[in-house]
Design a protein around this ligand. Sequence first.
Ligand SMILES: Nc1ncnc2c1ncn2[C@@H]1O[C@H](COP(=O)(O)OP(=O)(O)OP(=O)(O)O)[C@@H](O)[C@H]1O
Ligand SMILES: [Mg+2]
Length: 388
Amino acid sequence: MGRILIFTGKGGVGKTSIAAAHAVKAAGEGRKTLIVSTDMAHNLSDLFMMELKEEPVELMENLHGLEIDPNYEMERYYGTIAKTFKSMLTFEKPKDSQIFEDIVVFPGIEELFSLLKIKELFDSGGYELIVVDCAPTGETLALLKFPELFSWYMEKLFPVGKVAMKVLRPISKAAFKIEMPDDRAMNDIERLYVKLGQLQALLKDRDISSIRLVTVPEKMVVEETKRNYMYLNLYNFNVDGLYINRIIPGDAVNSFFHDWKLIQKSCLEEIEAVFANIPVYRVKWYQTDIIGVEGLQRIVQDSLGDENIFKVLKTTLNETFTKTEKGYRLDIYVPLAEKGAFDLFESGTEVIIKIGNFKRNIPVPNTLRKYRMTTARLEEGVLSIDFE
Ligand SMILES: Nc1ncnc2c1ncn2[C@@H]1O[C@H](COP(=O)(O)OP(=O)(O)OP(=O)(O)O)[C@@H](O)[C@H]1O
Ligand SMILES: [Mg+2]
């Protein structure tokens, strides 16, 4: 089965370099590999010193690359949709409407089309491994939670099929003060809706998709990496590897580096302790920047020797419903989350968990809907919610 490795992290930490090093390693071992950049500020072209396009081009034997142009994707497949959504989003915000609170947290809808392209490439079956080089953290998080959020909100806005939609239209218009899409767009919307469901399933399929975090040993970056790890887990993605980049080599003897080495040492210790349950790979700080396949080979040789590196490196489940004496329990893995940082709500059909600016709606299986949330506790990174 094909695999997808998604690399994410703060700006400038080395995502593109480390993602590309994986791609070069995989291709070198004979795997049909594709490297994809979803960052609007593409730099795979610079790295491989070749012009990449919005469709795959060959970079070396067994390795293709492309720089996704979300606007191109959107125009190509969903012509009317974007316009429709954009016009829908310029509405007057009604008071206390949950739906609209969610819409406003959407970044540019264009981003979504990068992910749909990845799904299309995966489905084409032409690649054993797809390596995804993402934009800096914030955008990736938004991007990854987007399909779920988007599906959720489409369900709320368009809860039923097309026929009912026609009936509903006058009501929606009055209630929400937005322009409802015309029939042509509606077909596109339904098509998109189905694809989004499949996309979510793909990105959360633990046998296929892994998220890998890239960080550097600096306090602030490490803090962001920890938050990122928590949120990705909250959204039920399988984060199964961490890369610490720009580690000053032990033999660098220079007074300038002396203090930096101490800072790095304490950060490295913290990272190893915090991320003890996933593999941590170390990449040293090279004397020159990383360019071309040769430059990438250095990273492969020095740091990516693990023969299992393309496999699923962690297989624990993040979200489980278990039967209890009085009802059932929902366990959610949210490593590094702090006690009291949560807000919990239930809406009959879903459990809503809020941490900081992030909100996750977990659908409750039909058979369990007659139960009510009673208690919640956080222990060792697992949030357990009892329903009775
Ligand atoms: N270990 C390293 N040693 C030396 N140079 C490095 C190392 N890692 C990355 N670089 C250099 O740092 C720069 C940024 O790296 P890279 O583009 O991989 O980061 P990024 O996280 O993808 O950045 P962005 O957030 O802008 O996409 C590049 O010039 C790269 O060659
Ligand atoms: Mg990059």
